[in-house]
Design a protein around this ligand. Structure first.
Ligand SMILES: Nc1ncnc2c1ncn2[C@@H]1O[C@H](COP(=O)(O)OP(=O)(O)OP(=O)(O)O)[C@@H](O)[C@H]1O
Length: 224
């Protein structure tokens, strides 16, 4: 079952067309890796999916029951950033009794914090957390609303290998429970390790398919 489908999509900034006639589908449980050179339009695609840019042509179909979660690329936060990790994660709860959480919301928050291995440091200011901890906090925040599709934009870029694997292992656990994932990355190794499908964006078009086919592309890129 499709959780998102993109049909003949063209996105431009003014006269500058970033990509055109892009079509692909993400089905339930897919782990789609989006790869491509710098500047080819990966982040622009994410912005279009999140509704931040209006496409010039084409359609983006997101069924009503697809809730999106978004994990941005890690950015350095000021050490003085005042919120604790727990409060930062809680920002994404619906807070129907704002600023207090209902019992149900608190229960979910505690569960997500536990699963993302943040319980011991949940009271620590987010600004003082390590890069990997911050990224887990972003992930926890995105997972709090129980999304059906999680979009990760270069979310592992500033992490060492061990941290990358532990973050994506965590995501993969949710994927096993039916979460669909769209992961934008420059890392071919991670793409092949975790992906089930790929979308390779290029200046003159794109290819998409099953992850096994990505090996031939990687080989081609390495030979260039
Ligand atoms: N707000 C904007 N206005 C005009 N042009 C933009 C804007 N944002 C991005 N661009 C241009 O659109 C193109 C695609 O940028 P985008 O950030 O989507 O690429 P990317 O594939 O995510 O690159 P990277 O891998 O380096 O993050 C680039 O040429 C960029 O300069």
């Amino acid at each position: 079952m499709a959780v998102l489908s993109v049909d003949d999509l063209t996105v431009a900034y003014g006269d500058h067309t970033v990509f055109s006639n892009l079509s692909f589908t993400i089905n339930s449980g897919d782990f789609l890796v989006v790869v491509g050179e710098n500047g080819v339009g990966k982040t622009t695609l994410v912005k279009a999916l999140l509704g931040l840019i209006k496409p010039k042509e084409g359609t983006i179909n997101i069924p009503k029951d697809t809730r999106l979660g978004y994990v941005p690329q890690f950015r350095n936060l000021d050490e003085e950033y005042p919120l604790s990790i727990r409060d930062f994660v809680a920002l994404n709860s619906r807070q129907s009794r704002w600023p207090w959480l209902t019992k149900k919301e608190r229960h979910r928050l505690d569960r997500i914090i536990r699963i993302t291995d943040l319980t011991k440091i949940a009271g620590r200011p987010l600004g003082l957390a390590s890069g990997g901890e911050k990224q887990r906090a972003y992930l926890a925040q995105a997972l709090l609303t129980n999304p059906r599709l999680l979009i990760l934009d270069e979310s592992t870029a500033s992490l060492d290998n061990e941290m990358k694997y532990s973050l994506l292992d965590l995501v993969a656990r949710f994927q096993e429970d039916g979460l669909s994932v769209m992961f934008i990355t420059h890392d071919w190794d991670l793409a092949q390790r975790y992906g089930t499908r790929y979308l390779h964006m290029q200046a003159d078009g794109y290819t998409a398919g099953s992850i096994n086919e990505l090996a031939a592309i990687v080989k081609g890129e390495e030979e260039c």
